[in-house]
Design a binder for this molecule. Sequence first.
Ligand code: SF4
Ligand code: SF4
Length: 95
Amino acid sequence: MSDSLHLKCVRESRSALIYPPGMSLGNLTGSWRDMKPVLDKEKCNKCGLCWIYCPDMTISRQNDYEIDYQYCKGCGICAEECPTEAISMVREDSD
Ligand code: SF4
Ligand code: SF4
């Protein structure tokens, strides 16, 4: 898909796309997030799908897979896509 066609699709869609990827890096997630992903490293097979699918690019894989909660929006896509169920969505106040 060309960039202009991609932009056209984004503009015409009513979904919650973040385009370009990482554009919200200047915006910290506020206190409005009610669910957050928790990664169980014992179950993680390092496939990289969460890193690929996170729309906000908040998962890093430099040393190990880590979620940056400063930017994570709590959408749950990473948990949905994880093939080993290594990511669970939990309530913010469940610590
Ligand atoms: S999708 Fe799941 S198994 Fe794959 S790297 Fe992410 S946490 Fe690990
Ligand atoms: S919950 Fe959404 S924003 Fe947060 S790490 Fe997972 S995919 Fe990214």
